[in-house]
Write a protein that binds this ligand. Sequence first.
Ligand SMILES: Cc1cc2nc3c(=O)[nH]c(=O)nc-3n(C[C@H](O)[C@H](O)[C@H](O)COP(=O)(O)OP(=O)(O)OC[C@H]3O[C@@H](n4cnc5c(N)ncnc54)[C@H](O)[C@@H]3O)c2cc1C
Length: 458
Amino acid sequence: MMAIGNVAHHLKSFKALPWILSRHVAPSPSSCHGRLASTEGSTPSPSMYKFVVVGGGAGGLAMASSLSRKHGKGQVAVIEPSDVHYYQPLWTLVGGGLRKKEESCKPMKDFMPKACDWVKEKAVEFDPENNSVKTSGGRVLQYKYLVMAMGVQINFDQIKGLPEALENDPMVCSNYTYETVGKTYTAIQNFKSGNAIFTFPNTPVKCAGAPQKIMYLAEDYFKRNNMLDKASIRYYSPLPVIFSAPKYAAILMGICKERGIQVNLRHNLVEVKPESKEVVIAKLDTEPMEMINVPYEMLHVSPPMGAPDILKASPLAGPAGYLSVNKETGQHTKYPNVFGIGDCTDFPTIRTAAAVSVQSGILLRTINAVINGLTPDGKYNGYTSCPLVTARRSCILAEFDYNFEAIETFPIEQGKQRRTAYHLTSDLLPSLYWHGLLKGHWHGPAVYRKIFHLGFSK
Ligand SMILES: Cc1cc2nc3c(=O)[nH]c(=O)nc-3n(C[C@H](O)[C@H](O)[C@H](O)COP(=O)(O)OP(=O)(O)OC[C@H]3O[C@@H](n4cnc5c(N)ncnc54)[C@H](O)[C@@H]3O)c2cc1C
């Protein structure tokens, strides 16, 4: 989703952007079309709900499923404009040519709990003083408890020339939206020779491993097609490290060295020039800051991301614009009847669906405590997980906490590249997502970790 005001500005000077704009208004790929939402065309539902959930992504549906199961029909409203639900983690494999992009989406109606009222509109204004949310259709929903699960906003337009390059240059791609992920594998296949550039943005991202996973898959493709000697693979990141958790960072640096991948840390992409096929990169540690032009044959961009504009502009936002929550319980820091889950919150961990699964269990406990007049006693440790796909059929299963310390589920060395970890990611996790997490039945692997480690894990 792009910042819509900025898109409108771009449209004045650049006509060919409707497909990018469409990401903001929740498009429906034909293969994923569902029937109309239950509220459409029928009498408007009552506007007072025990729970209003904003967003029907991973966190929103997980919470809506559990809350409606427990509290009954008509108690939960979900505000979600999209006809389609995306399993975003699959986009890495789609970009690498290992899955079809259509496999990543299913009709929203098939996963929206039947006991919930689906308000198929956008939330546009929050008034926590009066416990209400306004929607794009002009409805005002009153709530007793509000659960925020809006995800992050993708801001392609924060990099000069990027929207135009994504539109016009077949060799510029991004796995970060359904609309752009389809270009990635084509670009890898059409690569002839020169620089294959992969970037990480100067903002927090969802799945911080995704910007480099696609690079490893591209390298693997070039190797299998005897093209490695023609490719200079380069990674540019503004961060001082390749990955936040030191254990996995050391392993990934080793992999890059072994495969001849050039890692450029403290380097930030600021502009794409599709006419001359160059990127402009800022060297962050130079004073005055040096800008370098680097030619590309292929470019994969992980775009800047941020809190959704309407959240940022609301009283619910913390200093960085995300929903301000207690990092152990998920309860809002100012409004005790407001809760947050997933990417739109300021939980100081890496934003992933895996983190959402653990947060969902904690949040249910928190909400239950608040309903019963108790002090929430949840202790979210920041658990997050990133299956670092390093080649076709090879993966490192990174799992870590707020301190970036590894908390691994299996009693084997997870830092090793393994085929089993790849199959877990490719074949098992999608089912766990669709049928466990979204239905409110999967709250992370802590129980299994304890069993596998005979009770001695964290
Ligand atoms: C390329 C890529 C690779 C990834 N790889 C992994 C991985 O390997 N493992 C992993 O665990 N995670 C991975 N992730 C991250 C994971 O997909 C997200 O962390 C997860 O989906 C977050 O869930 P969420 O509910 O917070 O947000 P989302 O699932 O993004 O849902 C947000 C929902 O809010 C809705 N919404 C937005 N604005 C409004 C509004 N104004 N009103 C109402 N609704 C609104 C949207 O339509 C959407 O349905 C990856 C993500 C990407 C993009």
